[in-house]
Design a protein around this ligand. Structure first.
Ligand code: 13P
Length: 253
């Protein structure tokens, strides 16, 4: 990793944790962090637990994140949460375009673009997820797919600083499967993403953090993050227990 980019280790709890469980896990993570930590750490609980987790993280350096946001500011959109509501709840980050949102909730590169713009407008930092399916990888379409997700997802974004955006490369075949991309496989795509970002965002591309996600564990985190363009991790399963999540944070140094 380049020295100017600070590692970000983000926990995506997905649809897990009651209020009590969420509070307990947030407390354990907070207590387990050592002083002078190099990495930035963020927790993305389900919406119902945002306030409770915000309480546990108060007066700490840990960041709160939403798992999704709608693009409208307010209105008759039953079930939706606006970027401003997330900001109000204490979020700094919001995950946008996760492959599970694309797979189960019909999100497309176009809706991702609308959401990114809305999130940036209120000053939240999106963690924008991209990645190919197994079929796309096997057909040799990985870079084409990821390139398209970037191009459409980041269209008409105007000028951005490197701190306003985080990307997460999450190969769909590696999510929740135990099949982690090798550090070389991941680095190849991360380097490609950075080269496309140079065209889209110019100098800011060097500051944008590109996280890897997909079966990250305390055992594989260090070798993945040793790669030049891997600037942290977006962690699903291993973030649901404090011991494994703290192990991944420790691997970041
Ligand atoms: P796993 O770590 O469970 O593979 O999930 C990755 C992910 O989807 C994080 O957003």
């Amino acid at each position: 990793m380049m020295s100017t980019r600070r590692y970000l280790i983000a926990a995506n709890w997905k649809m897990h944790k009651t209020l009590e469980e969420a509070r307990a896990l947030a407390r354990e993570v907070r207590r387990g962090l050592t002083w002078g930590l190099k990495a930035e750490v963020a927790l993305a609980p389900p919406f119902t637990a945002l306030a409770a987790v915000a309480g546990e993280l108060a007066d700490s350096d840990l960041r709160l994140a939403g798992q999704d946001a709608f693009w409208e500011r307010q209105g008759a959109y039953t079930g939706a949460i606006s970027p401003m509501m997330l900001k109000d709840a204490g979020c700094h980050y919001v995950i946008i375009g996760h492959s599970e949102r694309r797979q189960y909730f019909g999100e497309t590169d176009h809706t991702v673009n609308r959401k990114l713009k809305a999130v940036l407008e209120v000053g939240l930092c999106p963690i924008c997820c991209i990645g190919e399916s197994l079929e796309e990888r096997e057909k040799g379409q990985t870079l084409a797919r990821v390139g398209q997700q970037l191009e459409v997802g980041l269209a008409e974004m105007g000028s951005l600083t490197g701190e306003q955006l985080v990307l997460a490369y999450e190969p769909v075949w590696a999510i929740g499967t135990g099949l982690t991309a090798t550090p070389q496989q991941a680095q190849e795509v991360h380097a490609f993403i950075r080269s496309r970002l140079r065209e889209l965002l110019h100098a800011a591309a060097e500051e944008v953090r590109i996280l890897y996600g997909g079966s990250v564990t305390p055992d594989n985190a260090a070798t993945l993050m040793a790669e030049t363009d891997i600037d942290g991790a977006l962690v699903g399963g291993a973030s649901l227990k404090s011991a494994s999540f703290l192990g991944i944070i420790t691997a970041a140094g």
